[in-house]
Design a protein around this ligand. Structure first.
Ligand code: TRP
Length: 337
């Protein structure tokens, strides 16, 4: 039976945090061990340039993201783990797709529309102020990432679902004009990740600056957990677990029996200091082995680079001949053999 191709990218602009771990990394690593699927996971460094013009940061983030995935035990025998910019065919495919993508489709992209709305609300006379072509046409790049490997399923957060639909549209359009070349991908939503809360009680996200980095040293992790916002109820007063950030974090790590036990303690009035201690110890214990692996890997960037090169080799074994086929299909080829 043909294995289902599962593909996802991680934009390299920041340091992986607990929200990324629970929502995206942990399920992806689990999936990498499933012999019924063929995972393609990549560092989306071209995507990083859309929002980040700090070269050191992009570079550092690529290293951190790669080290994180490897430290957490990604099965690189089954999964193809690579860096987008090592696959030049993706860029070339981006152009082939750009030429069949309706501009109107891009006008409707949420990320672009949000940027325009922000300009308009700010009283800007030019609605496109500060918006690059990178931001505008980024769904085409993302479609190329996905279609290059004919992914069946694409696990993403809610904010990315529209991009998968656009990739389907673009694939359908290309197939219609040039013949059947692309699989139409499907988005797979991970609901759990969307609800992990950050230090201030809003969704944990880089853009809110409320994250807990996954591999912070132990003492920093403890400090950050102590900083999580709670209400002013005293120990002994019953507390609502469902609206509590600490509880939401605990739930993402613990078994359901453990969660029940803590829910009971909330009803009995557990103190915030006590709950923070329990949460820290619980997360720390789960993360500690991968954290030391991570620290080891960060000290051996050559090893990480080697792994990425291996991945690129496997990816290009597919993308190089496939792009040849696509070039033929659109009429770009040598005139004579
Ligand atoms: N744009 C995605 C994000 O910001 C990352 C990404 C890039 C991606 N290319 C992809 C995700 C292809 C899935 C498939 O989260």
């Amino acid at each position: 039976m043909k294995k289902a191709i599962v593909l996802t990218g991680i934009t390299t602009t920041g340091t992986p945090h607990l929200g990324n771990y629970v929502g995206a990394i942990r399920p992806a690593i689990e999936a990498s061990k499933d012999q019924h699927v063929k995972p393609f996971y990549f560092l989306a460094d071209y995507h990083a340039l859309i929002k980040c013009h700090e070269p050191e940061r992009v570079k550092r983030s690529s290293l951190e993201v790669a080290a994180t995935w490897l430290a957490l035990g990604l099965d690189t025998d089954n999964a193809v783990f690579y860096r987008q910019s090592d696959i030049p065919e993706i860029m070339e495919l981006t152009w082939l797709l750009t030429c069949v993508t309706a501009k109107g489709l891009m006008n409707r992209a949420h990320a672009y529309k949000a940027a325009v709305a922000e300009n308009e609300q700010g009283g800007e006379s030019d609605p496109d102020k500060g918006i690059t072509m990178g931001l505008f046409s980024y769904p085409v790049l993302m479609a190329a990432d996905i279609l290059m490997f004919n992914a069946d399923k694409v696990p993403v957060g809610r904010d990315q679902v529209q991009h998968i639909e656009m990739a389907r549209d673009i694939a359908g359009r290309f197939n219609h004009i040039f013949g059947q070349h692309f699989t139409l991908p499907e988005a797979v939503l991970d609901e759990k990740g969307a609800t992990l809360l950050g230090l201030d009680g809003r969704k944990m996200s880089k853009s809110y600056d409320n994250t807990i980095p996954l591999f912070e040293p132990e003492n920093r992790l403890k400090k950050l957990i102590n900083k999580i916002k709670t209400n002013s109820l005293e120990p002994g007063e019953p507390k609502d677990s469902e609206t509590c950030t600490l509880f939401s974090l605990y739930k993402s790590f613990a078994t359901s029996a453990e969660v029940e036990e803590i829910r009971q303690k909330y009803a009995e009035g557990i103190g915030w200091g006590e709950m923070k201690r329990i949460l820290f110890e619980y997360i720390n214990e789960q993360i500690a082995p991968a954290r030391s692996k991570y620290d080891e890997l960060m000290a051996k960037p050559d090893h990480i680079e080697e792994q990425l090169q291996e991945g690129a080799k496997k990816a290009r074994a597919i993308s190089t001949p496939f792009l040849q086929e696509l070039r033929q299909a659109v009429g770009i080829s040598r005139i004579s053999a």
